[in-house]
Design a protein around this ligand. Structure first.
Ligand SMILES: *[C@@H]1O[C@H](CO)[C@@H](O)[C@H](O)[C@H]1NC(C)=O
Ligand SMILES: *[C@@H]1O[C@H](CO)[C@@H](O)[C@H](O)[C@H]1NC(C)=O
Ligand SMILES: *[C@@H]1O[C@H](CO)[C@@H](O)[C@H](O)[C@H]1NC(C)=O
Ligand SMILES: *[C@@H]1O[C@H](CO)[C@@H](O)[C@H](O)[C@H]1NC(C)=O
Ligand SMILES: *[C@@H]1O[C@H](CO)[C@@H](O)[C@H](O)[C@H]1NC(C)=O
Ligand SMILES: *[C@@H]1O[C@H](CO)[C@@H](O)[C@H](O)[C@H]1NC(C)=O
Ligand SMILES: *[C@@H]1O[C@H](CO)[C@@H](O)[C@H](O)[C@H]1NC(C)=O
Ligand SMILES: *[C@@H]1O[C@H](CO)[C@@H](O)[C@H](O)[C@H]1NC(C)=O
Ligand SMILES: *[C@@H]1O[C@H](CO)[C@@H](O)[C@H](O)[C@H]1NC(C)=O
Ligand SMILES: *[C@@H]1O[C@H](CO)[C@@H](O)[C@H](O)[C@H]1NC(C)=O
Ligand SMILES: *[C@@H]1O[C@H](CO)[C@@H](O)[C@H](O)[C@H]1NC(C)=O
Length: 822
């Protein structure tokens, strides 16, 4: 944990300071953990948490009395520390952690941290949504929601997915309960909907069953701007509606933009209920103090699944697993609730993962197979592809081309107008009826120029269309986010000859040898790119998706734990947007649907599939749900070729390489297969404590402070012994035995045959090689890994258990350092 004991200061000085300057000194929000068990660790709630089991009802009379007691003690601590009561307590936490968020001066913090009841105290930290800001070509490779016509209709019935996000647009058809087969209220969910003027009575229904907002920390930080941030569950951004509809939006909602119907949208678990806990805000992101309050409420309300498309902005200090967010999530697991979190968007470099702990399913983002091909034809019959989810130019005719600088007002001859942002810069007589050629420059990546400005300029000037050239100065990270545009447009990437061909075609027809404009001979038409093409390209790991290996501390030590865990579509995902939401950073007006990218988008896919697994197996623990998805994920395409990952490149072209478990964990999720996993690798709260206790250098007292749980003396575990559906060994010296326990969740017995793919320079022995296991039975499998040659290069393998009833259970194996014992 972060040590935040502050330097000593004179108590008397402090009193004077407070008396004299209270109104002048700036305050900050601190999250304070104090002595006493939060509800999940309270003995009358549960002594231990069974490895498998249902979510727990965290409310009863004993618990209510305990909560009141903890609150009184917290208040007494504050009152006895600050006699003048010149502090502001923002939240009292008692379910996941025992403590509070308080707004005080640094001097007050100095005093509070010295009170013996204070176990841990830290300044509130910022969290962020995991939507990518890595721009991409307009419509370049793929787009859609994978679940389109996915055949999983009516799925998720009865489960409640809780999302901590930017709120929800309750008027969106994805969240309506006015559907043919009406929704029943969920059993064992007790959440409420806040009612405010912008989130009126009736906003919630039997689909959207809960909606709250948590903003005290954002407000105290002075970042809340009432003209754009709403103190209500209403989605002011769009991100929250997007993630909620991806997880559980209604099935069969038409995606119509600018009059064009792109198809029907559906969530992964279209019949699940949605509960929104808003703790992220437009232009702010969020604060831990608000997010943990949201998590507590979700647990109290009784959600089944929690989806977090958020995370820290960088690797936290200290032990990653014991940062407050991860500790709070461990408590969520103890309450029997599945949690999934975005892996982060800091890829493609190693150790960029921003979701760390074994109790969380960390989700990587993949592309998928829908493309929107667009073409441009030139007057000389050349045709080449470009990108742009837009209509084509009107009719079959050709239109004259005009380079932006050639259509500029004569009195502005020195102005660079290539980004086409201001209609007043152009002579309408020159541009009207023509296709404008504009350039995507660094000004777009800086946000000075945007697609909205470009399209509205072209529209005002009555241009027939826009050709948008990607300036060759733009690197991979500066490309822009694709958007569906209602105006004929196409982007031409600089990577291709097409850019040079187009420039030459234009210049040779429009200019004399001295560069003077001479003619109007350059013509073109844009075909349009609104029709999707399913190319059946297998999913690739996106460039931006954060990569493993996992790290257990800010020292960036590699952990014996696989991260990310699984991959789901997160690139160019269509889903609901809030009608009052933000433009998607492209300057276009918010619409009902938006196509955006990020591990934020991948995560609710996993939340939705988890709801389907939970619906089928109500008694599955969070780890069992995670295992079902992991062991059935796919790592090869339909022809047996390994899936690929987009690798770092200075080039505009993505470089592709074989994806490894550090790119996509167990692989790409397969919802159908996850519903019939055969075997699972289960684990529960006590196993996670054993895991923490096995981490070298992490003291038992630190673990106790964070989790209120004791290490069991005499146990001699290694982190790699945790029963995960994966095996990662960071430093293999000689041999190591790792035992996994599989549980047969199929209705009958099955005989499994084990086979391994050995990582390079490692040999693996499996025992037993043939495993006969009854329905409901649990049995161990031992893997003995031996380093055969020294190497500091990571290598990967797998264990495959093939059942005689058709189940295929696969776990990835990763080994980094290898050193044989001579
Ligand atoms: C938990 O139980 C209490 C009383 O026993 C009940 O009022 C509440 O609705 C239950 N909560 C959930 C989420 O089922
Ligand atoms: C609040 O947002 C409005 C609208 O974007 C903006 O004009 C204003 O400057 C913002 N106020 C502050 C204090 O940032
Ligand atoms: C889209 O959903 C509507 C119902 O909202 C349905 O009538 C229509 O057939 C669906 N279209 C497709 C292509 O599935
Ligand atoms: C350029 O000329 C146009 C009209 O021809 C005029 O409206 C505009 O103000 C002029 N701009 C400048 C900077 O002189
Ligand atoms: C580049 O041009 C070639 C040939 O015209 C085409 O096959 C390819 O798809 C283009 N690449 C991109 C990224 O547009
Ligand atoms: C659609 O994709 C297929 C490959 O899956 C390709 O053969 C075809 O040319 C594509 N169509 C267009 C219009 O790009
Ligand atoms: C870009 O990639 C291509 C193909 O891999 C390669 O030939 C070219 O040299 C690269 N250019 C740069 C600047 O790295
Ligand atoms: C997904 O799982 C189903 C059922 O096991 C299987 O038929 C299908 O081929 C799998 N899909 C992929 C892409 O591996
Ligand atoms: C810490 O816990 C381990 C069990 O994980 C135990 O073996 C060891 O003795 C404990 N150390 C101390 C100092 O209590
Ligand atoms: C790997 O393990 C060996 C033997 O336990 C140890 O000497 C070495 O320092 C370790 N290397 C790293 C990088 O942890
Ligand atoms: C395997 O070992 C050889 C010899 O030590 C080494 O050159 C090679 O890089 C190693 N490969 C991997 C993937 O460990």
């Amino acid at each position: 944990m972060v040590d935040c004991k502050l330097p000593l200061r004179s108590f008397i000085m402090l009193i004077i300071t407070l008396t004299e300057f209270t109104s002048l000194v700036s305050t900050e929000v601190y999250v304070v953990i104090v002595e006493g068990d939060p509800v999940v660790h309270y003995y009358r709630f549960s002594a231990t948490s069974a490895p498998s089991g249902k979510k727990r009802n965290v409310s009863n009379n004993f618990v209510a009395a305990h909560v009141a007691y903890l609150t009184r003690k917290q208040d007494f601590l504050l009152e006895s520390t600050f006699a003048k009561r010149n502090y502001k307590k923002l939240y009292s936490y008692h379910h996941l952690i025992n403590g509070f968020a308080v707004d005080i001066t640094p001097e007050q913090a100095d005093v509070l941290v010295k009170r013996s009841q204070v176990l841990h105290m830290e300044k509130d930290t910022r969290l962020t949504t995991m939507t990518t800001h890595t721009p991409e070509y307009l419509g370049l490779p793929t787009g859609c929601w994978a679940e389109l016509e996915g055949g999983l209709h009516n799925a998720g019935e009865g489960t409640v997915i809780g999302l901590v996000d930017t709120g929800v647009d309750p008027r969106h058809p994805s969240f309506s309960d006015q559907v043919p087969n009406s929704y029943k209220p969920p059993i064992s969910y007790s959440g409420k909907c806040e009612v405010t003027s912008d989130f009126p009575e009736g906003s919630c229904n039997n689909k959207l069953v809960g909606a709250r907002h948590f903003a005290a920390a954002a407000i105290s930080a002075g970042e809340f701007n009432a003209s754009i941030n709403f103190a209500s569950p209403l989605d002011e951004n769009g991100h929250g509606s997007h993630t909620a509809s991806t997880a559980a939006g209604n099935n069969g909602v038409p995606v119509v933009l600018g009059g064009f119907n792109y198809g029907n949208a559906s969530g992964m678990a279209p019949r699940a209920h949605i509960a929104e806990y808003k703790a992220l805000y437009r232009n702010i992101g969020g604060f831990f103090a608000d997010v943990v309050a949201a998590l507590e409420q979700a647990v109290i309300d009784g959600v089944d699944i929690i989806s977090l498309s958020l995370g820290p902005t960088s690797t936290p200090r200290g032990t990653t697993y014991l940062q407050l967010l991860d500790v709070a999530m461990l408590s969520v697991i103890k309450a029997g609730i599945f949690v999934t979190q975005a892996a982060g968007n800091s890829g493609p470099y190693p150790k960029t993962i921003l979701s760390y702990s074994p109790w969380i399913v960390s989700v990587a983002a993949s592309t998928h197979d829908r493309t929107y091909p667009n073409f441009i034809f030139l007057g000389d019959k050349q045709k080449f592809p470009g990108n742009g989810i837009t209509p084509g130019t009107d009719g079959e005719g050709m239109y004259n081309l005009i380079l932006a600088s050639d259509g500029r007002m004569r009195n502005l001859s020195n102005l660079d107008v290539d980004d086409c942002q201001d209609p007043d810069h152009f002579d309408i007589a020159m541009v009207e009826g023509k296709i404008m050629i504009c350039t995507y420059s660094f000004r777009f990546s800086l946000g000075i120029s945007n697609i909205g400005g470009l399209i509205s300029t072209a529209h005002t000037l009555k241009a027939a269309g826009v050709v948008f050239l990607i300036s060759s100065e733009m690197t991979e990270r500066q490309r822009f986010i694709p958007v569906a545009v209602e105006f004929p447009a196409i982007t031409i990437p600089s990577v291709n000859d097409s850019l040079a061909i187009l420039k030459y075609y234009y210049t040779s027809r429009e200019r004399s040898a001295t560069g003077v404009m001479i003619g109007t001979g350059a013509q073109a038409k844009i075909l349009g790119g609104q029709q999707a093409n399913f190319s059946s390209i297998p999913p690739q790991v996106t460039t931006f998706s954060s990569r493993g290996p996992d790290v257990d501390s800010s020292d960036m030590n590699v952990a014996d734990l696989l991260k990310p865990n699984i991959m789901a579509p997160g690139h160019l995902i269509w889903a609901a947007w809030s009608s009052i939401g933000e433009s998607t950073s492209d300057g276009l007006k918010a619409q009902n649907f938006a196509m955006i990218s990020g591990t934020s988008m991948a995560t609710p896919h996993i939340a939705g599939i988890a709801a389907l697994v939970k619906q089928k197996y109500p008694d599955f623990s969070p780890a069992a749900i995670a295992s079902a998805m992991a062991t059935t994920a796919f790592v090869v395409d339909s022809s047996g070729k390994p899936l690929l990952a987009q690798h770092p490149s200075n080039n505009v072209t993505e470089e592709l390489g074989t994806a490894t478990p550090f790119d996509f964990g167990a692989g790409a999720v397969n919802a159908t297969a996850a519903l019939d996993p055969g075997l699972i690798f289960d684990a529960g709260y006590e196993d996670y404590i054993t895991f923490l206790c096995s981490i070298p250098g992490l003291s038992n007292s630190t673990i106790f402070l964070a989790t209120r749980s004791k290490c069991v003396p005499g146990t001699n575990h290694l982190p790699s012994d945790l029963n995960t559906p994966s095996l990662t060994i960071a430093n293999l010296t000689g041999s190591r035995v790792a035992v996994r326990t599989v549980t047969n969740v199929a209705s009958k017995g099955e005989i499994y045959t084990a086979s391994v793919t050995e990582p390079t320079n490692v040999s693996i022995k499996v025992e037993p090689e043939v495993l006969s296991i009854e329905g409901g039975e649990a049995k161990p499998i031992a893997l003995t890994l031996t380093a055969t040659r020294s190497s500091a290069i990571a290598s990967f393998g797998s264990l495959l258990l093939r059942g005689n009833e058709g189940h295929m259970v696969r776990i990835p194996i990763a080994v980094l350092l290898k050193k044989p014992v001579p």
